[in-house]
Ligand binder design. Structure first.
Ligand code: NAD
Length: 320
């Protein structure tokens, strides 16, 4: 049976949620709600779908809802949704702005026994899927996610908005508790940390070096993994170009390096992501990105940000 789907928040990303949900199988699109009524009318007009005048009215018609509003509003909106109904939830990343708000969301979802998936969209990048399918045992990971400045997402620090994508991926790859972290970071344009570099050491010995910036001149999305079996993976999330190399050592000969590069075709990642959410609901299975995983990524991101702020205070004390 088709799922009746609605979208709350149709700004930059929400408009694409609404479009994709009118295009994919098993979704019967019900309509949109946005506090900016003119924006809601504009997007709904383009897609020829209804605009709802309140969350309660939309929720009353839906089996599932996508929440695509600014991160600071997620917890209040989820609370309001469950006041009026019991829909399955797709919540954009990060799950929330604070751990308290994330706990509130997880508590409500468990109480209402619905499926929650969080929008860590890079998990659906075919290049990353190829790396995960190879089951590497990472020794060292390097991630660089740099963006030119834009006003969206600046209600939270860069670590919580951008770096959290790589943190989530690294946690799912390494599967070991964090032992220690060192971070440097600084604000540049906003009052929050705008650029941060974190060294994250795991109990199994893996080291991840993660750079996130929203004040870069150019956009960059690089991810490299060196594993314990002499394998190397280098992925550009943007182009979906993946290079894999393997070193083979034989006594008495020079090391042999096999190298293979490929560029993956992309089904629109948002389409893959929302299809997989619908599949999890229909088959009553665990979604690919759970609320608990999103909570763990947020917890690490907030700690990285706290350490970045601490490094900034140290720098200011030493230089005044
Ligand atoms: P945006 O500012 O472009 O759009 C937000 C929309 O929500 C606006 O139209 C606004 O009017 C509406 N809104 C605000 N408060 C509301 C409320 N209480 N009820 C209903 N509507 C409300 O923001 P955006 O860039 O689309 O980001 C939205 C969310 O998506 C954020 O959580 C962001 O982190 C996430 N995001 C994720 C990715 C990704 O890669 N997965 C990319 C961009 C944004």
């Amino acid at each position: 049976m088709e799922l009746k789907f609605g979208v709350i928040g149709v700004g930059y990303l929400g408009q694409h949620h609404a479009r994709v949900l009118t295009e994919i199988p098993w979704s019967c699109f019900v309509g949109v709600f946005d506090t900016d009524h003119a924006r809601a009318e504009e997007v709904a007009g383009r897609l020829k779908v209804p605009v709802f005048s309140s969350i309660s009215r939309l929720v009353g018609e839906c089996d599932a809802i996508s929440v695509v509003t600014p991160t600071r509003t997620h917890a209040d909106i989820v609370e309001e949704i469950f006041r009026y109904g019991n829909p399955h939830l797709f919540l954009e990343k990060p799950i929330a702005d604070t751990l308290e708000n994330a706990e509130k969301i997880l508590g409500l979802v468990n109480e209402h026994k619905v499926t929650l998936q969080v929008g860590h969209i890079e998990r659906f990048n075919p290049g990353l899927e190829a790396i995960l399918d190879a089951h590497p045992r990472p020794a060292y990971i390097e991630a660089q996610r740099l963006s030119p400045f834009g006003i969206r997402g600046t209600d939270v620090p860069v670590v919580v908005d951008l770096m959290i994508h790589d943190i989530d991926i690294i946690l799912s790859l390494v599967q070991s508790p964090i032992q220690s972290m060192r971070v440097v970071g600084t604000p540049v344009i906003t009052p929050h940390i705008d650029i941060a570099n974190a060294w994250i050491e795991f109990e199994n010995g893996c080291l991840a070096q993660v750079l996130g910036s929203r004040v870069s001149l150019d956009k960059l999305r690089k991810f490299r993994v060196f594993d314990r079996e002499g394998r190397y993976f280098s992925l550009n999330f943007d182009t979906r170009g993946l290079t894999q190399a393997k070193v083979t050592l034989s006594p008495g000969s020079l090391p042999k390096i096999e190298r293979h590069s490929q560029t993956f075709d992309a089904e629109e990642p948002l389409k893959k992501e929302l299809k997989s959410f619908i599949q999890a609901i229909r088959e009553n299975t665990v979604p690919k990105v759970t609320g608990e995983q999103a909570y763990e990524a947020l917890k690490v991101a907030l700690e990285v940000n706290r350490l970045a702020e601490e490094s900034l205070r140290r720098f200011q004390q030493l230089n005044t």
